[in-house]
Design a protein around this ligand. Sequence first.
Ligand code: HEC
Ligand code: HEC
Length: 364
Amino acid sequence: MNKILFLITLCFCNQLSANDLLGLPPVPVPDDNPQTTEKIELGQLLFNDQRLSGDGTINCASCHQPDKAFTDGLPVARGIRKQEGTRNSPTVVNSAFYSSFFHDGRAGSLEEQALGPFLNPIEHGLENENKIIDLVKQDANYVEKFKQAFGISKAGIQIGHIAKAIASYERTIINGNSLFDQYFYARNRSVLSESTARGSRIFRRKGNCSNCHEMNWKNALFTDHNFYNIGVGFGKIEPVLDKVLSKLRKGVHPDELNLTDVQRSELGRFSVTKVIADIGKFKTPGLRNIALTGPYMHDGSLETLEEVIEYYDKGGDDNRFKDSAIFPLKLTEQEKKDLVAFLRSLTSSVYLKADVTSSGLDNN
Ligand code: HEC
Ligand code: HEC
């Protein structure tokens, strides 16, 4: 994991402008997978290719749709043959900044993450890695693109190249520059309403939100990259926890079970670490574009941002593993509205309509 991180370089700036990055730190790029235009383009092709699935209907963009800020609008994901999983599709926007991937953090890099969905029986549903490589090799266009991106012949195409290309593309899916960033980081005080500005303070103070959805004076990813049990969905397994834990000891490939077995899914971080204190913990998600990425939480159980705020205000659903930072907030009705307004101000300018952006905001 301790790869040397390179900062974004100039040749990469045709993909991302300084404005896109307002409010964000530099994009980390691992030294064994530098960004190149050829790789990024190849990754984008792979991300959008339905042929790379068991029934030819699913691509990464089926669940990570660009016009829904790279989510799917469903409570839980739906893969090949319309099979439902157990978890909500998170956005891939800004996932380049994460140190672990999936709601339970079971992948350590974008490269590692990228191969999971191809083989998961209820996502792309391909039998094995060779199947992916065979599909790619059948297409002369791909063979040429792999040559340009990696300098390899057809025989040299390996699964790691596919992972690297997809990860490189994902490192260009970066959104900063929301109204909040304009206000907080570019110090343009006129862009937020009073309610939204109050919401940003409640987020950091009375609401205790930034305790986990971290931000600082230089930038905000709205995550601390940590895992917490905030109570969501845990009621489904608390009464049968012992039974669920003993089933886990039988040891079947975790990726498959986390997405096919609802009870197993609810164990969260525990199924990765096997540490009792991690039962029911999930990764703190970033909150950028949050107005566009509902339903919310790992199980998609909260439909609106208003419901999310009500959930936190009551101190979450109690269980014996719940984190002590989740407690009743006693927010007033106005404070709840302010918090929702703040969350809505985290939408990146790339998603804002012309009438909003023309009021003094640069949309590029
Ligand atoms: C059937 C829907 C579906 C498809 C297809 C799919 N994903 Fe996902 N994606 C999900 C779900 C659900 C999760 C969360 C799974 C979990 O936490 O166990 C996820 C998680 C991720 C994450 C981690 C985000 C985070 O915040 O940790 C990335 C990155 C990602 N997917 C990229 C991809 C790529 C690349 C592909 C194509 C190779 C792909 N996905 C295909 C539904 C899908
Ligand atoms: C103790 C850490 C912690 C605190 C405090 C906290 N959150 Fe969260 N938040 C999380 C975690 C962990 C999740 C994911 C839970 C899950 O998926 O079940 C989450 C999920 C969310 C989501 C849904 C994100 C999505 O993409 O589905 C929103 C919105 C949110 N939090 C906003 C807030 C707000 C607003 C506050 C303050 C009132 C707050 N959070 C306080 C840790 C925290």
